[in-house]
Ligand binder design. Sequence first.
Ligand code: HEC
Length: 111
Amino acid sequence: MRICNNWERANEKIFFLLLVAASTAQATPFASGNANHGKKLFAQYECDSCHKGKVGGDGSAIFTRPDRIVRSAGELIPRIKFCSGAVGAHLSAQEEQDLAAHLNQTYYHFK
Ligand code: HEC
């Protein structure tokens, strides 16, 4: 009986931990990214240079246009890779996360 109780408690604990892990993962898709640093990188790599030409203004409308191409959190990093490749910028995985965190916080708001 004693063993049984302990086993149940352990299961409860694991279930609780999984629940916490799942909910935090959902709340912030780019939790390891630093949005402030991402904002700096965006300026440093002149990410808006082509976007301005395409949508006018400061270029940010590219992220909010109704027919935007990034529709889910999972599509953001691949697009960032594609764009940075176009200008020959070699982003580290951390820089990609930072840029994604910035763009998600400012425009996309994926949960
Ligand atoms: C060489 C030109 C160019 C540069 C530089 C560039 N982009 Fe882009 N980017 C584009 C074009 C063109 C599109 C739109 C593609 C389309 O509409 O099919 C785009 C679209 C995007 C989108 C998707 C917008 C949507 O529709 O949801 C993201 C995200 C993005 N760029 C991020 C970046 C980041 C981050 C950088 C800097 C590292 C960057 N881009 C630099 C050309 C560029």
